[in-house]
Design a protein around this ligand. Structure first.
Ligand SMILES: NC(=O)c1ccc[n+]([C@@H]2O[C@H](COP(=O)([O-])OP(=O)(O)OC[C@H]3O[C@@H](n4cnc5c(N)ncnc54)[C@H](OP(=O)(O)O)[C@@H]3O)[C@@H](O)[C@H]2O)c1
Length: 279
């Protein structure tokens, strides 16, 4: 797909990765519909990108509510042209052991990372360009590899990956393509100070959001979109995990004391820890 003058709806535009994607696509002449809850951050980005002059606009909407989805539906119905792309980028994270995770946190995470992209995809399909429409779902390495401290997040991204695969096949005889983009850890506000400190201690690589935006551009501009998994050795770990999960079980078992210490740090309900590490 040639990006110039295409009309693409991007959720999570007010966040770190969404911001980088918006900047990159705007430079390529894409007309963007930027979605997020924070009108202030969206408007700031719109001014930076000179969005309106380029034919784009912002929609301040909570995608976990029917009112938020109505705002998007109304805007799409008012369009005089089809939508060329949907990028489901909005997402939230919880880093804690399951036993320490509140019910409302689990519900909010599943509503944002799973239910919202499903409902939004269903909403957007009738408005998609019937000749070449593209849908990309932002997953994670943790959508293929279960990781301690991220059980709820992993559940959501595994679900999103399954959804992407099923939709790719459901639309297999149509010109609308669906693919899944899985970043590894990326430097954004999604990751708390605790997560950043843990990644540093474990030696986990962390990408700049621009790395994700560059991968997304490659996907959108390819004739046939394919799922992409960012980072090496993460891709190797995912491959080993799919063939020999016991090997990854063992490696993560060795990391477990560190992960547990960070997951429980600052948690009033946490069990006592023997660690003296401070954050
Ligand atoms: N950062 C990482 O390490 C990493 C790694 C792998 C995958 N990812 C995935 O990449 C995507 C983007 O993450 P990020 O790192 O850019 O996170 P971020 O900086 O925290 O941004 C999250 C975005 O999601 C939006 N959002 C959250 N809840 C929403 C809701 N109810 N309605 C509408 N928008 C909502 C936020 O907008 P408002 O707050 O304005 O609503 C914000 O724009 C996510 O799907 C995440 O799971 C991130």
């Amino acid at each position: 797909m040639k990006l110039s003058n295409k009309l693409i709806l991007l959720t999570g535009a007010s966040g770190g990765i969404g911001h980088a994607i918006a900047r990159r696509l705007a430079k390529r002449g894409v007309r963007l519909i930027l979605v997020g809850r924070s009108a202030q951050r969206l408007n700031h980005l719109a001014r930076e990108l000179n969005l309106r002059a380029g034919g784009g606009f912002v929609l301040s909407a909570d995608i976990t509510t029917s009112a938020g989805l109505d705002i998007i539906r109304t805007a799409l119905m008012a369009l005089q042209e089809p939508l060329d792309g949907l990028i489901n980028c909005a997402g939230v994270n919880v880093f804690s052991l399951l036993q320490d995770t509140e019910t409302h946190e689990i519900e909010r995470l599943i509503a944002t990372n799973v239910t919202a992209p499903l409902l939004l995809t269903r909403l957007v399909l009738p408005f998609m360009n019937p000749v070449d429409g593209r849908i990309v779902n932002l997953g994670s390495s943790f959508g293929s590899l279960g990781y301690p401290g991220y059980s709820v997040y992993c559940a959501s991204k595994f679900a999103l990956r399954g959804f992407s695969e099923a939709m790719r096949r459901e639309l297999g005889d149509s010109p609308i393509q669906v693919a899944y983009l899985a970043p590894r850890a990326t430097q954004t506000d999604l990751n708390s100070a605790r997560v950043n400190a843990m990644n540093q201690e474990l030696g986990n690589a962390v990408d700049a959001p621009e790395v994700v935006a560059a991968e997304l551009e490659k996907m959108l501009t390819a004739t046939h979109m394919h799922d992409r998994y960012i980072g090496w050795p993460e891709r190797l770990f995912l491959w080993i995990n799919s063939l020999l999960p016991g090997v990854i079980d063992l490696a993560l078992r060795n990391q477990l004391p560190v992960i547990r210490r960070f997951a429980q740090a600052g948690n009033a309900k946490a069990l006592p820890t023997t660690s003296t590490h401070s954050l």
